[in-house]
Ligand binder design. Structure first.
Ligand code: T4K
Length: 405
């Protein structure tokens, strides 16, 4: 790892990459290994591997406590959790979702023959724009699935007001927002229910995993039935269901991860600050900010590259970083509406999504988490600075390069 200040040192000009190993966005954070192994051994000792075992129950209790809700229903992943919550809420017809999200938010609807109606975002917050919601509501609309993108809360008051007036259900996709708060309240208690992801790439991980949290007892009971084929007892099925259960080994990882949460968030904050300091002076780059008066997990370091002010475009900068083994990601480009099956089904969707289109073309997510240090961050930022200083040469070179190289 060496600072790259000169043009011919940049790997894009066939220099040596700054990092020998690839730096991924989403490298998992790990808790105490010995504690995890103890738990795994105890799972093997008791021979209780899945189906609502002791660790899953403990994980559900811990998550509910942390979030300040009454019920937590743990599932095998957040996509299954979204699908089950959508069914349990009896959503049908059309449901409003942002297009600027991970594809799972839209797929969870379409998978069940429900039409995701893509709503534009507010360019400042990257979240669904309440001002655009109402114009999309029709007699077919049954609900809204807003996403607390990057862990920054949606405008829950405005959404609740519209939903109450138009008789719509609200299910929050809170996949990014575990450990975050809004107006002093932990995210998890808004809407009918909220869905967290505990995927390996998330702030708290259970290898694969997700959960629905709610204060609605009936809804929680229905989801518990649905995640276990509808079984209420041995030989007794009282509801349509699927297998959405979390395994014991996943809950063991989740509990171990939860115990490390304070440290993980502290590392994320330290890294976010290091990026902020180093990127501050660069033209056309802005780092998305977190409200310091709220709890944040600082899990996503997202920059916007302004095409009017930055010397390189987002995609040119990405090419420079990739050559250095910095695998920055364009989350959530190009928007769900430009992915299948939606781009074929709704070829004109982009006309109603100007902010989604604009923001999706500018965002870049940078590596953070336990494997990233402030020293690594300084090198990443030096690369960006050097790339900007040599923008003309880089642009000319990239323009000559055959696609895919
Ligand atoms: N809603 C929203 C808003 C979401 O963002 C997501 C998931 C969901 C719903 C659905 O949640 P789950 O059903 O997954 O619980 C990743 C994650 O797989 C996905 O969970 C996440 N959002 C999304 C934002 O990022 P991909 O397809 O971009 O990347 P993936 O999983 O290949 O991992 C990214 C990088 O992380 C890899 O290049 C390497 C590194 N990595 C990954 C894994 C799994 C590791 O170093 N180690 C690992 O074990 O989706």
């Amino acid at each position: 790892m060496n600072p790259k200040l000169l043009l011919n040192e940049l790997a894009i000009f066939r220099g040596t990459p700054a990092f020998e190993e690839k730096l991924h966005v989403g490298r998992p954070n790990l808790g105490d290994r010995a504690r995890l192994m103890e738990r795994i051994n105890s799972i093997l000792d008791t021979r209780w591997l899945t189906n609502g075992g002791a660790y899953v129950q403990e994980f559900e209790r811990r998550v509910a406590e942390l979030v300040g809700v009454t019920y937590c229903v743990a599932m095998c992943n957040a996509t299954a959790a979204l699908e089950i919550a959508i069914r349990a809420l009896n959503l049908t017809g059309d449901v409003l979702v942002p297009s600027f999200t991970f594809i799972a938010t839209a797929h969870a609807l379409r998978w069940q023959q429900i039409t995701p109606v893509f709503c534009d975002i507010d360019a400042k917050t990257h979240n669904i724009d309440p001002l655009r919601i109402e114009e999309l509501i029709t007699p077919r609309t049954t609900g809204i699935i807003p996403v607390h993108l990057w862990g920054r809360a949606c405008d829950t008051d405005a959404i609740a007001e519209i939903a109450g007036r138009r008789n719509l259900k609200v299910l929050y996709d809170a996949a990014h927002a575990f450990g975050c708060s809004h107006a002093g309240r932990a995210i998890g208690g808004f809407g009918e229910c909220e869905v967290f992801s505990f995927h390996s790439t998330k702030v708290i991980n259970s290898f694969e995993g997700g959960a629905v949290v709610t204060n609605d007892a009936e809804l929680a009971d229905r989801m518990r039935l649905m995640r276990n084929f509808g079984f209420s007892d041995y030989d007794e099925v009282i509801h349509l269901g699927i297998n959405g259960k979390m395994m014991e080994v996943c809950a063991a990882m989740g509990l171990t991860s939860l115990e490390a949460m304070t440290d993980i968030v502290a590392v994320n904050w330290r890294n976010w600050e290091a990026y902020r300091e180093s990127l501050m002076a660069l033209p056309g780059i802005s780092l998305i900010k977190y409200d310091p008066t709220e709890h944040n997990n600082y899990h996503y370091v997202v920059i916007e590259v302004d095409p009017e002010r930055a010397p390189l475009s987002r995609d040119e900068l990405l090419a420079v970083l990739q050559a250095e083994n910095v695998l920055a990601r364009r989350y959530f480009w190009p928007g769900c509406h430009r992915m299948e099956p939606y781009r074929t089904l709704y070829p004109d969707a982009h006309l109603l999504l100007p902010q989604t289109e604009r923001i999706a073309a500018q965002v870049l997510t940078l590596p953070t988490g336990q494997t990233i240090t402030p020293e690594i961050i300084r090198v990443i930022c030096d690369i960006i600075r050097s790339a900007f200083e040599n923008a003309g040469e880089i642009r000319r070179m990239l323009a000559k390069k055959p696609a895919g190289q």
